[in-house]
Design a protein around this ligand. Structure first.
Ligand SMILES: NC(=O)c1ccc[n+]([C@@H]2O[C@H](COP(=O)([O-])OP(=O)(O)OC[C@H]3O[C@@H](n4cnc5c(N)ncnc54)[C@H](OP(=O)(O)O)[C@@H]3O)[C@@H](O)[C@H]2O)c1
Length: 362
């Protein structure tokens, strides 16, 4: 099989490093271009990122000598050199939106980890197991951009990647009417570890700027419908959240309270979770977990340290499902924020886009 040539913009940052690690040895994708800010451009990847390499695995040898490009100044050169790019830059929202559109208009598909285009109506925001049908709007987007190959597809925020998958198999049959969710989010979600953010040791911070709005609104786009080439968000369920930063390296936990239009039995919920599979499982995409939703019967699971790496950090762990006095049920769920919640989720989306011929090799 001919491999897809891939670039990462923002390759030197925390999410970018995850992309670099995940793409090393990927069966379909060959990482040939890395790009970042003018601060890194012109250096080898090893010189630019070596001192701030945060991954557990060593920097891949094949990537070390690549010369870092300038993500903004070298758009045409990068677009010509690769089949598509992953975007993990950290810039002002308007600048990211313009930069991603510049790549798309240069006929380079963009699979983005950023929030800049999440609310652009013809940009699909996709969790591959949940709403792959939203990719249909890409045809409309290409017409708007005047492109043949180029488009932007995005993944959703890391905070919603545990409870939205847990609700999904229950929605159609039982109707999720309302939910209250408190998230306990790892410091890697802010691009930090305990060396770079020592104030987080022995501490909890009750605000993650902008996170609660994303956690309440993004699920509605994921469950939206495709109408006239755009995504019209769903109007239910009503979700209220509090998002809290906790002293954990990786993994976002969520404590969930949920009510239904037609209350299911506990065993029905567990059965729907156990039997749920999406297109990534059916197509056996390289990064797809075999079992997306894992339910733990043990009362003290899931735990960040024990369970965040389940199925290479791409599965969702759920536990403590029980009746509640105010809502129908409550439970706890966990997903890895920089794997399923960021780079891993974007790589899986790119695999789906390739499998469905939205991205082709040149
Ligand atoms: N961390 C997470 O778990 C997570 C989850 C979901 C989404 N996100 C989002 O993903 C993005 C990256 O997050 P991060 O944590 O990886 O940030 P980060 O560690 O600060 O890395 C930022 C990256 O953007 C590059 N960059 C900054 N200014 C640039 C410019 N003017 N032109 C081109 N490149 C520029 C940096 O290059 P230099 O190294 O050259 O400065 C670096 O490669 C952010 O938008 C963030 O909101 C993060």
């Amino acid at each position: 099989m001919k491999k897809y040539k891939v670039g990462v913009i923002g390759a030197t940052g925390m999410v970018g490093q995850r992309f670099v690690s995940l793409l090393a040895g990927h069966p379909w994708f060959d990482l040939t271009v890395v790009a970042a800010s003018p601060r890194s451009a012109g250096k080898t990847y090893e010189e630019a990122a070596g001192a701030r390499w945060l991954m557990d695995s060593p920097m891949p040898e094949t990537i070390k000598p690549l010369i870092v490009k300038n993500a903004e100044a070298d758009v045409a050169e990068i677009a010509a050199a690769v089949d598509f790019i992953f975007s993990a830059v950290d810039m002002k929202k308007e600048e990211i939106a313009a930069l991603e559109e510049a790549y798309a208009k240069a006929e380079c598909p963009v699979v983005s980890n950023n929030s800049a285009h999440r609310w652009t109506p013809d940009v699909p925001m996709v969790v591959p197991e949940l709403n792959p049908e939203h990719l249909a709007v890409l045809e409309h987007q290409r017409k708007r951009l005047g492109t043949e190959r180029g488009f932007i597809a995005v993944k959703s925020n890391c905070s919603i990647q545990s409870y939205v998958p847990a609700f999904h198999p229950l929605r159609e049959e039982f109707g999720v009417s309302k939910a209250l969710v408190c998230t306990y989010q790892a410091i890697s979600g802010a691009g930090k570890n305990f060396d770079t953010w020592p104030e987080m040791i022995d501490n909890v911070i009750p605000l993650i700027g902008g996170e609660e709005e994303k956690s309440e609104q993004e699920p509605l786009k994921i469950w939206g419908s495709v109408e006239n080439g755009v995504i019209v968000p769903a109007t239910a369920p009503a979700i209220t959240t509090q998002c809290i930063r906790v002293p954990v390296s990786n993994g976002h936990m969520a404590a969930v309270f949920v009510s239904f239009d037609r209350k299911p039995a506990i065993e029905q919920i567990k059965e729907r979770w156990a039997s749920f599979e999406g297109i990534p499982q059916k197509l056996k995409l390289p990064s797809a977990p075999e079992q997306f939703l894992h339910y733990f019967e043990e009362e003290n699971r899931p735990q960040n340290k024990l369970d965040r790496m389940l199925e290479c950090g791409m599965a969702v762990s759920i536990g403590r499902l029980r009746e509640d006095t105010q809502y129908d049920y409550k439970f706890v769920c966990l997903s890895h924020n920089t794997l399923r919640g960021a780079a891993g989720g974007a790589v899986l989306l790119a695999e789906l886009l390739c499998a469905q011929d939205y991205i082709t090799t040149k």
